[in-house]
Design a protein around this ligand. Structure first.
Ligand code: URA
Length: 193
């Protein structure tokens, strides 16, 4: 584990720990507030993210941005990352060896950020972070606490593009996560006096 962002970012520069390095244009490291209390974890970069090196800038990301706006959350306040940092071909789900190879980077990011709440976007994020026994349909919308971090699993925003009904649930889950985040902010302000 690296103690600083600089060391961590340097360590990933020429990463070839899994086969995804072969087709990538960019390593999509993550974006946002490095002291965020609220973090979002998705699956892996798509074509737009691979081209720009920034997570969630394509269609799914635009939908997520809209939800943030609607719920009064500033994207720059939070930190956004993915299970894998290089684009899987044709946007397929990352394979197990790819996720395992990449997870140390994400764990290191979480250790440096120390978020209080992590929103897990979709099944890949849920299973890789909390365990294969979790299913997104049963787990979404319910808080899961592990090692002093509150996890809120919800649909991946790309799923909303395919199913309108999931939009309502996604908004509800995000609203719940933001509510808790705002409460924590209040508590912090009160504690600081
Ligand atoms: N889907 C993801 O899971 N992550 C991104 O960054 C973009 C789309």
């Amino acid at each position: 584990m690296y103690e600083t962002w600089e060391e961590l970012e340097n360590s990933i520069q020429n990463c070839n720990k899994c086969k995804l390095y072969k087709n990538r244009h960019s390593i999509v490291f993550g974006e946002g507030n490095k002291q965020a209390d609220l973090m979002f974890i998705g699956e892996g970069p798509g074509a737009d993210e691979d081209a720009q090196g920034i997570p969630f800038v394509g269609k799914a990301g635009q939908l997520m941005n809209k939800a943030f706006q609607g719920l009064g959350l500033k994207r720059e306040e939070v930190y956004i990352a993915n299970i894998v940092k290089c684009r899987p071909p044709s946007n397929r789900v990352p394979e197990e060896d790819e996720a395992i190879a990449c997870l140390d980077y994400l764990r290191n990011q979480v250790l440096l950020i120390k978020p209080k709440i992590i929103v897990l976007l979709g099944s890949t994020a849920l299973k890789n972070i909390l365990g294969k026994e979790y299913g997104i349909t049963a787990s979404r919308g319910k808080w899961i606490e592990q090692k002093e971090i509150l996890y809120m699993p919800t649909w991946h925003p790309a799923a909303l593009l395919r199913d309108e009904n999931k939009k309502i649930e996604f908004w509800k889950d995000l609203k719940e996560a933001i509510k808790r985040y705002e409460e924590l902010k209040e508590e912090k302000i009160n504690m600081e006096g």
